[in-house]
Design a protein around this ligand. Structure first.
Ligand code: PLP
Length: 394
């Protein structure tokens, strides 16, 4: 047994705050009884606020992958072409899932070091004169690389090409941490999950649905049953669900909605951006390389760090776990063992970041990785310079 608390610094699941744990720790109620309607209604309404939509939101008792599938099967038909932008491992997984559902994904392959390129999307859509592409799918915050894609610009790319494809955006690791505006950005289906910015355990997922996507669902012919939006409509209108919802996670979700409202979404985004900047200051001071190449794409939620040549990221992570009881994220598929990921999201503050970065710095030393000391100090300087209410660098 290790004394003190474990540092869970993977980029989701994130640390669940005590307030949410307490809210979940409440007797399970009759999900068809009168008291439940209020719980369901609050959750559905609250999620509209977090997605920033006046449209529909559905909630599934599933991980995020289920909500990916739901977005596709509700709106598309067998053989439909979908344009996927491969920003990293999760975008790639989503396109594999599309293929297995009988869709025809066409992938713009990125270098896994930046966000999606709206110009490349526009060019491909302009070439699609007969509008055979039915959806464009982009991951907002690519959790495997730490790169954010410019969704408003992707919307502009669709508009500039005069293309009617649906725009689907994975916000699984951005919602509640990075600015996301479903209606303003003209997103048709937003996909999310509970275990990152929403600070809950894994187990809930979401679709935010535009009117256009809802209309598309009428003609969509991919088979669906459990994921059907239509089945949700009538029970959801009264705060209920067509099957047994994850009751206790919904109690937790309602607490998370309150917490985010109390802090204010803009402040939540600013807090994450500030921690992202401080984490990167550390990496630069250590003399290591941030995987995400373009500063403007770098994620407020996580920082993926490239290991120096000849050093194993997994061996380093094993050292931080053994010596400091801290879990860091691993490199996935193409960047396996080449990067480690520092999660700085959810219920997170300055001292938690300092503890995390101290653990990384001590782990680099213990694992014999070449680095310059002073990363934690650089982050402390950055945090000091950007204290709340004080302009950066003041
Ligand atoms: N998309 C992104 C961006 C993710 O980060 C994840 C999980 O980390 C997923 C999709 C898959 O979600 P889940 O593992 O909850 O099914």
């Amino acid at each position: 047994m290790t004394a003190g608390r474990h540092f869970l610094q993977i980029p989701g699941p994130s640390n669940v705050p005590d307030r949410i744990l307490r809210a979940i720790d409440f007797p399970t109620m009759d999900h068809r009884g009168p008291a439940f309607a209020e719980v369901g209604q609050k959750a559905l309404e609250g999620m509209r606020g977090i997605f920033r939509t006046k449209g529909r939101v559905v909630i599934y008792p599933s991980s995020g992958t289920g909500a990916w599938e739901a977005a596709l099967v509700n709106t598309l038909s067998p053989g439909d072409r979908v344009l996927m932008y491969e920003t990293g491992h999760f975008a790639w997984l989503w396109s594999r899932l599309a293929e297995r559902l009988g869709l025809r994904p066409e992938t713009i392959v990125g270098d896994w070091r930046r966000g999606a390129d709206p110009d490349a999307i526009e060019e491909r859509l302009r070439a699609d004169a007969d509008h055979s592409i039915k959806a464009v799918c982009v991951v907002h915050n690519e959790t495997s690389t730490g790169a954010v894609s410019p969704i408003a610009e992707v919307r502009r790319a669709l508009d500039a090409a005069g293309h009617p494809a649906l725009l689907m955006v994975d916000t699984i690791s951005s919602l509640g941490s990075v600015d996301y505006r479903h209606d303003e950005w003209g997103v048709d289906v937003g996909i999310s999950g509970s275990q990152k910015g929403l600070m809950l355990p894994p187990g809930l997922s979401f679709n935010a649905i535009s009117d256009k996507a809802w209309q598309a669902a009428r003609d969509a012919r991919l088979p669906k049953a459990y994921w059907s939006w239509e089945e949700m409509e009538e029970p959801n209108s009264k705060g209920y669900f067509p099957y047994t919802p994850a009751t206790n996670l919904l109690y937790g979700l309602n607490e998370a909605i309150d917490m985010l409202a109390e802090e204010g979404l803009e402040n939540v985004f600013a807090r994450h951006a500030r921690h992202g900047a401080a984490a990167r200051a550390s990496v630069e001071a250590w003399g290591l390389e941030v995987l995400c190449a373009r500063p403007e794409d770098r994620s407020p939620v996580l920082t993926a760090v490239l290991m120096p040549e000849g050093h194993s990221a997994d061996a380093f992570r094993a050292t931080t776990l053994a010596n400091y009881d801290m879990s860091l994220g691993n490199g996935l598929s193409k960047v396996a063992d080449r990067v480690f990921r520092i999660g700085h999201l959810g219920d997170f503050n300055d001292l938690m970041l300092c503890g995390t970065l101290a653990g990384v710095e001590m782990g680099l030393r213990d694992a014999g990785v070449p680095y310059r000391a002073g990363g934690l100090a650089a982050a402390m300087d950055e945090l000091g310079a950007t204290r709340q209410g004080q302009a950066p660098g003041a």
